[in-house]
Design a protein around this ligand. Structure first.
Ligand SMILES: Cc1cc2nc3c(=O)[nH]c(=O)nc-3n(C[C@H](O)[C@H](O)[C@H](O)COP(=O)(O)OP(=O)(O)OC[C@H]3O[C@@H](n4cnc5c(N)ncnc54)[C@H](O)[C@@H]3O)c2cc1C
Length: 350
């Protein structure tokens, strides 16, 4: 299809579906966390959708895809917009499909949960906890991200490998982007056709994921004299199959001062390993820390850290939350490079 898409015709076709055409909403929903990268910030800052659609159910998603396919309007799917690299940014304008209206668990049985794509991961975890179960892996953006965004754009874990590895996703339901969208259910290794494909192969409406019995995770910090010792420990810890673990994130001494909650726990100049572990693995882990010339700096209840607004769960000091913590304290300056001029940018809203 050539020429600019007919957005007015699209709006008419989508009558009854929640749409936003105002500029502030379109700007806000056209951004993810690409601005962490100065290069992407330059390239993507101006990208903006022509409209935002927020379907309430699969039927409305189908109508949106059908109309967009018929009118040649590009569609960019969006969960919570916490991706880091512009994956939820509408590079060619068109429609941003806000999936956060499709929420809720459909069923939980035999160690598998079936959940709608727009469900917030923390809300999902809360519901599962009520059933004595939990997700096997989740991102450090657990409190904000959607489960569909994780499946379509997320990565891995300390215990279960990468998300797209065998057994980590049971099934994915998606709709194709065609004038007559087709429902497709992917199972087994075919899940790779949608997992970490960033919505390019279809719009995911629901996923089935394995769950495990609830664990009373501990947030444990270990300190080491050198980064090499911390890294060697981290390798041994993640390789120890008998240790129940959900996180192992090693930070060099230069990063530790940026992780505000660690102040007073990890001495200046020490590297740190941030761990989530099952209570039964505490002794084995303490032995492993000692064998790598380290020491346990703190041991706290992970759920308390997640729930108490005054505290920070260790997972929010890992993965790309490390970047976030550094930027919060040190905006405009590279830790490894020379000072850079301060530059105004638009903060993404959630
Ligand atoms: C501070 C910070 C820390 C992070 N830590 C982690 C981490 O620990 N582990 C990790 O894996 N990632 C991490 N990320 C990246 C990101 O948060 C995760 O990938 C998250 O799961 C994305 O969820 P979301 O709902 O925000 O998805 P979005 O950012 O909205 O979307 C992600 C991608 O999936 C597509 N998409 C979203 N929903 C659908 C759908 N229903 N159907 C089809 N396509 C869809 C989007 O188009 C986009 O390409 C981090 C990001 C930040 C900013």
């Amino acid at each position: 299809m050539t020429g600019a898409p007919d957005i007015r015709a699209l709006v008419r076709a989508l009558d009854g579906i929640a749409l936003a055409l105002d500029l502030p909403t379109r700007r806000r929903k056209s951004r993810d966390f690409f601005w962490y990268s100065p290069i992407l910030r330059e390239r993507l800052d101006a990208a903006c959708a022509d409209l935002i659609a927020s379907p309430a159910d699969t039927g409305e998603v189908r109508r949106v895809l059908s109309a967009c396919a018929a009118l040649g309007v590009p569609v960019t799917a969006r969960g919570a917009g916490t991706g880091n690299y512009g994956q939820a940014t509408p590079l060619a304008g068109g429609l941003v499909l806000d999936m956060t209206g499709l929420t809720g668990i459909e069923w939980l049985q035999d160690g598998v949960v079936r959940v709608r794509a727009g469900t917030n991961i923390l809300a999902l975890a809360d519901q599962l906890r009520g059933e004595g179960a939990e997700l096997r892996l989740y991102p450090s953006t657990k409190r904000t991200a959607t489960i569909g965004g994780l499946v379509c754009g997320g990565a891995g874990s300390a215990s279960w490998g990468m998300l797209w590895e065998a057994g980590n996703i049971v099934a994915i339901d998606l709709l194709t982007m065609e004038p007559e969208p087709r429902p497709v259910t992917l199972r087994g290794e075919r899940c790779r056709l949608a997992s970490r494909c960033f919505g390019t192969t279809g719009i995911v409406t629901a996923v089935e994921l394995p769950v495990q019995p609830l664990v009373a995770w501990r947030d444990v910090v270990a300190a080491f004299d050198t980064l090499a010792a911390a890294a060697r420990f981290g390798r041994a810890f993640t390789a120890a199959q008998g240790i129940g673990k959900a996180l192992c994130s090693v930070s060099e001494a230069a990063i530790v001062p940026y992780l505000e909650p660690l102040q007073g726990r990890v001495a200046a100049g020490d590297a740190a390993a941030l761990l989530m572990m099952a209570p039964h693995s505490m002794d084995a882990t303490a032995d492993l820390v000692r064998r790598h010339d380290g020491r346990i700096a703190s041991d706290e209840d992970a759920l308390d850290n997640e729930r108490d607004p005054e505290r920070t769960p260790l997972y929010e000091m890992s993965y790309n939350h490390t970047t976030r913590n550094v930027l919060k304290r040190d905006r405009g300056r590279s830790i490894t490079g020379p000072a850079r001029p301060r530059r105004r940018h638009v903060r993404p809203h959630r």
